[in-house]
Design a protein around this ligand. Structure first.
Ligand SMILES: Cc1ncc(COP(=O)(O)O)c(C=O)c1O
Length: 391
């Protein structure tokens, strides 16, 4: 049996986090455990860490995506949302569930975000938002993209679910859009076991999200003027039970928030290790064999990014065999398994990928491999040895 093992992920939760939960639960008077003061405390601490005014803790990153798209539909109406085919599935499903129309735009190899020329030509009078994904800790923003949003008056939504701590021009991503989404899945940069956050500086959006987090109930809003105005528009309804629009229960619990409060102070230290690991990896990866011109400036890498240069299925299969034989776990296709337009439910909708050469290449010839705090340098060296063909 192969003794060497490089896992895809490593659980972030440590003994201190567990102890903080035990302590919390050991109070004489057991506190109410659903969404309460600990959730608010975690939201406030998160806001201090990220720099956003309003922050809403939810039960997953996918919930953050869905709530964001629902709130957007409520505020600006349903319309076209531009998404990359390189993203997690919830960035796609959230758009569909909220009644918007998906518009896919190919990505580029420099920052794994939108191909800017293609993005420009995809914008129409119906475009409501650009839903950008920062892929595996690589900053996906450019000045040009921000200028396009500003000039065309298009909202930018940042999916930062796999990029906590990534920066653009010295500022943490998640601060540039109208709203941003984070995930605290067990192996992400930080964890609440499961969980997510919506961050924004927009008061109205935040209020709508507060209602939609709890089935759409307007009594969850903290704006009296908004609550009163909705109640006055609906005099036949009990103000305690006014539902803004159909929604789910996206709330988390006090226990998850306690873990978040214990995890957050460790985030920057852990992120430093991720960055050091990734920069070392990228520097030493064979530049002849792999696409290494990824702009790693400001990265806060989630997992090592490997993109073969050649469109060569034999090379691909040999590499996968070598990774397997050497005990290295991997996933093909980077975030979400490559081209989302190829998923079974889209078979009738999308079948011409001629305008999607880059995601098609990523779909077939790329992988991610685990990078996490505590990962030993020898393991990175072994990975490089296998990838560079000296394994
Ligand atoms: C880019 C992106 N968006 C959304 C999600 C969904 O987050 P969660 O797993 O917490 O639902 C993920 C999860 O990995 C992700 O990587």
């Amino acid at each position: 049996m192969n003794k060497f093992y490089l896992p895809l992920m490593n659980d972030n939760i440590d003994k201190a986090d567990v102890n903080s939960v035990i302590e919390f639960l050991s109070q004489d008077q057991i506190p109410k455990l659903t969404n309460g003061p600990k959730v608010v405390e975690f939201e406030n601490e998160w806001g201090k860490w990220l720099g956003t005014k309003y922050n809403l803790f939810v039960n997953s990153g996918a919930s953050a995506n869905e709530l964001t798209m629902l709130a957007l539909a409520h505020i600006v109406g349903e319309g076209e949302i531009i998404v990359p085919p390189l993203t997690w599935i919830s960035d796609i499903s959230s758009v569909l569930f909220a009644g918007h129309k998906l518009v896919f735009v190919d990505v580029n190899f420099n920052n794994l975000s939108f191909d800017i020329d293609k993005l420009k030509s995809a914008i129409t009078s119906e475009t409501k938002a650009i839903f950008l994904t920062h892929v595996l800790g690589i900053n996906g923003l450019t000045d040009e993209l921000l200028e396009i949003c500003e000039e065309k008056n298009i909202l930018l939504i940042e999916d930062v679910c796999e990029s906590h701590g990534t920066t653009y021009q010295g500022c943490k991503v998640g601060n540039f859009g109208f709203a941003s989404n984070f995930s605290f899945y067990f192996a992400h940069h930080m964890s609440t076991i499961e969980g997510g956050m919506i961050s924004t500086n927009n008061w109205e959006f935040y209020q709508v999200c507060r209602a939609l987090r709890s089935h759409g109930m307007t009594r969850e809003m903290t704006s009296d003027s908004m609550k009163i105005s909705i109640a006055m528009d609906n005099p036949d309804l009990n103000p305690d039970f006014i539902f803004l629009r159909p929604a789910h229960n996206f709330r988390s619990t006090e226990i998850n928030a306690v873990i978040g409060l214990s995890q957050l102070p460790k985030l920057d230290i852990k992120n430093k290790e991720r960055v050091e690991n990734f920069n070392y990896f990228l520097e030493n990866l064979d530049k002849e064999k792999y696409i290494t011109e990824i702009n790693s400036h400001g990265n806060c890498n989630y997992a090592f990014i490997i993109i073969l240069k050649d469109n060569d299925f034999t090379k691909r299969n040999n590499l996968e065999r070598d990774l397997r034989n050497n005990g290295i776990e991997f996933r093909r296709g980077l975030s979400g398994g490559g081209n989302q337009m190829r998923q079974p439910f889209f078979k009738q909708t999308y079948n011409d990928f001629s305008n999607f050469a880059n995601i098609e290449h990523i779909h077939n010839f790329s992988w991610y491999v685990g990078n996490y705090p505590g990962l030993e340098r020898e393991k990175i060296d072994k990975l490089l040895e296998v990838l560079n063909g000296k394994g």
